[in-house]
Write a protein that binds this ligand. Structure first.
Ligand code: IVH
Length: 667
């Protein structure tokens, strides 16, 4: 046998064992035997590098990725699914299907029910059998090229049998197993880093790492649930197609079920309500979809959802526990958020010991007091919240009283007319400073790696860092002297700080934390004014006139730039060599709401309409006044009228103010 053939056979064998291990969960050889195969392949490849091919299992981890992932336009848009929350809504879906297929007898309509995995949608393209591209969903039309990272997932075949098609794009959900999530969070906590809020965020983080070798360590999984395109499609049903993908060794979930009628699909909702909790990955609902591809074609899609499928979402999990204490947290802008410290309780697979109480008015409205038994809820990535107090008898603690002074710096708190939040207005407040530094160094701002909360804590508490510019005067020896800081990590931090000097104006503007100036606005301003100097001498009127910058942003920015302390800080940053110009074109996108259209209706109470508009715009979204097919979200507050009806008819996603706020904060 030739060496080439030897290598080919080994690759095949290893691929087969990868499939048995990572997809079927039933390895047929021991880890030692597997390692020996891999070692043998490596040896042969080292001796004969001319036979190394990209589909070799030794080539999963490739070189580093560019600082920015390339944009990828999806040849076929990646739609999302319409959500339903109760059986009646699912029945209504079935009725719509029947109406759309008037010539099809009900008893010949089959459904496929699959688990709805709570991860990230990706698309994998194979050409002539080889994996050539892996991309994120992004906004559905355009995603990011994360091929190098996706290649590291051992359940993704690098090569498939090409007998049937030359080009195929499969779609699936990447997830982080619950166990892996716990392992990584424990590690992060031990290192003083902020733990991930949930497995989905952790998976998202791992997919966007610039070093695929680290992605490979994160043990991500994937389930393939659909085909984006296929150059010749001989299949009549989704189920057949899934079977074919399974035969091609794609990871297909074993709980997929073919239902001969609608009623049997409904039964599965109950079956999986509890069963899903025992799985090693998060499942937030079920996907109920027509089996026949011809039926699907007949029904078609709206601009967002297919009409032939629906997602049934399980309700957020609730738990009952006791409020041990109510403490106040100070945010970056001095906002004071009351937080409930809870008797630890298990909910959706993780232990929860804190929940947000939002603000003073919310606490009053729910009448939450220390010692109360409360119902808490956790939905997706959102921090758990206190829903209500359980019936109580007997003596209760006194009602909660908001402190008069900042819990961190003791400055007197103030609350502006019309606002619900209390604020500490002491700009030297150490708690605010810590939060500002976290924001300053965050990935979308100055992107300073290795500056974790534990380091910030020590730097601020010792008085060594009083503002952003102090970071740039730190010496390696000083950093190395901090607790739990090895020499190597100290050097890494110092070089990360030095590197951030050339981040450029848009990042700097975002990092400075000017109220209402988010990432998107910072990019706009940087692109327009090119340097901080120019911006400093620009008058309010000129700012306000800019598309997407209204009076609220203009006023906030002007006030920030006019303040003496800020001017001095900008001077100090300049002295430290921080780049205050924008070089090249400012990045085109990056806002959470990039390209999304919003309509506001009803009487808003959490923000003024102008504030909501500017905030949405600062995140890249647009606010229009009429609902159309292009509208992505309707924000409906109290006494919303006809717009709400119209949005419902068009299947547009409807948010209340709270949901909008959460969405904004999720970025
Ligand atoms: S089928 C046209 N099947 O849910 C979209 N999606 O809300 C067809 N998802 O973006 C999607 N598990 O990321 C489908 N078994 C499953 C899924 C699934 C999770 C995600 C997917 C999609 C989102 C839609």
């Amino acid at each position: 046998m030739t060496v080439k053939q030897d290598i080919e056979d080994l690759k095949q064998t290893i691929h087969q064992h990868d499939h048995l291990y990572y997809v079927k969960n039933s390895p047929s050889i021991s880890d030692q035997e597997y390692d020996a195969l891999l070692r043998r392949l490596r040896e042969l490849e080292t001796a004969h590098p001319e036979h190394i091919t990209p589909d070799s299992p030794t080539q999963r981890v490739g070189g580093k990725v560019d600082e920015r992932f390339k944009a990828v336009v999806h040849p076929v848009p990646m739609l999302s699914l319409d959500n339903t929350y109760n059986v009646d809504e699912v029945r209504a879906f079935h009725q719509r299907v029947l109406k759309g297929l008037p010539d099809v007898p009900e008893d010949s309509i089959e459904y496929v029910v699959e688990l709805k995995f709570d991860g990230l949608a990706v698309a994998l393209t194979y050409e002539n059998g080889l994996l050539v591209r892996g991309a994120t969903r992004g906004d559905g039309l355009q995603g990011e090229d994360i091929t190098a990272n996706l290649r590291t997932l051992r359940s993704i075949p690098l090569k498939i049998d090409t007998e049937s098609f030359n080009r195929i794009e499969v779609r699936g959900e990447v997830y982080m197993p619950k166990k892996e999530f716990e392992r990584i969070n424990a590690e992060r906590e031990a290192e003083g880093e902020t733990p991930f809020a949930n497995p989905r965020n952790a998976a998202a983080g791992a997919l966007r790492l610039l070093d695929p070798a680290i992605t490979a360590e994160r043990k991500l999984g994937i389930f393939i649930y659909a085909v984006g395109f296929l150059d010749n499609n001989p299949f009549k049903t989704h189920y057949e197609l899934q079977e074919k993908l399974d035969a091609l060794r794609f990871p297909i979930n074993k709980h997929n079920r073919l239902c001969k009628n609608f009623e049997s699909a409904l039964v599965l909702i109950e079956e999986f309500r509890d069963k899903r909790k025992e799985l090693d990955y998060e499942v937030d609902g079920l996907v109920i979809q027509l089996n026949s591809l011809a039926h699907r074609k007949k029904l078609g899609e709206t601009s967002k959802f297919p009409r032939w499928a629906v997602a049934y979402k399980y309700e957020a999990e609730q738990a009952v526990t006791e409020i041990m204490d109510i403490v106040c947290q100070v945010g970056r802008t001095g906002s004071i958020t009351p937080v409930a410290e809870l008797k630890p309780v298990l909910i959706s697979g993780s232990t929860v010991s804190r929940a947000t109480l939002h603000n003073e008015d919310e606490i009053k409205r729910k009448d939450v007091r220390v010692g109360d038994q409360v119902v808490i809820e956790k939905a997706g990535e959102i921090i758990p919240k206190v829903i209500r107090v359980l019936e109580h008898s007997g003596k209760r603690a006194q009602p909660f009283k908001m402190p008069n002074v900042c819990p961190e710096c003791q400055a007197v708190l103030s609350r502006l007319d019309g606002e619900v939040v209390w604020r500490c207005v002491n700009s030297a407040c150490p708690a605010q400073l810590k939060e500002r530094l976290k924001h300053f160094s965050s990935r979308k701002a100055m992107d300073i790696d290795h500056l974790g909360p534990a380091v910030i804590e020590q730097l601020v508490d010792s008085g060594r860092v009083k503002n952003f510019s102090d970071l740039y005067t730190l010496k390696t020896e000083e950093v190395a002297a901090l607790e739990r800081m090895a020499d190597k990590s100290a050097q890494n931090l110092i070089s990360a700080i030095a590197k951030s000097k050339s981040a450029g104006l848009s990042r700097l503007l975002h990092a400075l934390g000017v109220r209402h100036v988010g990432q998107r606005t910072a990019i706009l301003l940087a692109r327009k004014f090119r340097s901080l100097k120019t911006l400093q001498v620009t008058i309010y009127d000129e700012l306000e006139k800019l598309d997407e910058v209204g009076p609220v942003i203009a006023e906030s920015l002007q006030a920030f730039l006019d303040r003496d302390s800020n001017r001095q800080e900008i001077e100090r940053l300049l002295e430290q060599g921080i780049l205050m110009e924008e070089q090249g074109d400012a990045p085109e996108s990056g806002g959470l709401f990039d390209g999304q259209q919003f309509v506001l209706t009803g009487t808003l109470t959490r923000f003024t309409r102008e504030e909501a508009k500017e905030k949405i715009q600062s995140l890249g979204g647009r606010v229009t006044s009429t609902i159309s097919k292009k509208t992505d979200y309707l924000v409906a507050a109290a006494s919303a009228g006809s717009k709400l009806d119209k949005a419902q008819q068009l299947g547009i996603q409807i948010l209340d103010e709270e949901a909008l706020q959460k969405l904004m904060e999720s970025g």
